[in-house]
Design a protein. Structure first.
Length: 173
């Protein structure tokens, strides 16, 4: 890679690594795996940086690479056997209590991890990354209608998972 491309990639990576890691965490729910996904995505991006840097939005391309990397990782056979059945802490306090807000955030995140992968990806990109339907469709390589239907189904699944976690039931992912 030429030196000016190298510097451009380094600037891009240092400016966007934290956001990519946060998005990866929302996808997978594990900070260590999120770090691996972010690094793998940046490595893939580095290999094609000479083409990507001239695109209108390298951030969108990076998110697409991250999404594809995560979906590929989920398909690996040794990932399928892993089960995460943690305990959700008891709720005590009022809505203005900071611990209540932390509980709500953790509850939503735990429920999000129980939503099917494609639906979770749509929810993360739409509501956490605040992307419009058209950009999510491009990132996922599907139509806008598919994004809308996956969003609707994902929200239903998320509500059901939140209710199940609040009631102490086990939800299959």
């Amino acid at each position: 890679m030429r030196e000016e491309h190298e510097h451009g990639f380094r600037d891009f990576a240092s400016a966007n690594a934290a956001a990519l890691r946060r998005t990866a965490f929302l996808f997978c729910g594990d900070w260590h795996m999120a770090e691996d996904l972010m690094q793998t995505s940046l490595l893939k991006l580095y290999r094609v940086w000479h083409r990507v840097r001239s695109q209108e939005s390298p951030n969108a391309y990076a998110r697409k690479v991250l999404l594809r990397t995560w979906l590929d990782e989920k398909r690996r056979p040794w990932r399928r056997a892993e089960q995460r059945d943690g305990e959700v802490p008891d709720v005590v306090g009022t809505a203005s209590d900071p611990s209540e807000r932390l509980y709500a955030r953790d509850l939503v995140h735990a429920a999000l991890l129980r939503v099917p992968a494609r639906q979770r990806a749509v929810l993360v990109l739409r509501y956490f990354e605040d992307l419009p339907v058209a950009e999510v469709a491009v990132a996922m390589g599907c139509t806008e209608g598919t994004v809308k239907s996956q969003t609707a189904r994902g929200l239903v699944a998320l509500r059901a998972a939140v209710e199940a976690l609040e009631n102490g039931a086990v939800v299959a992912s």
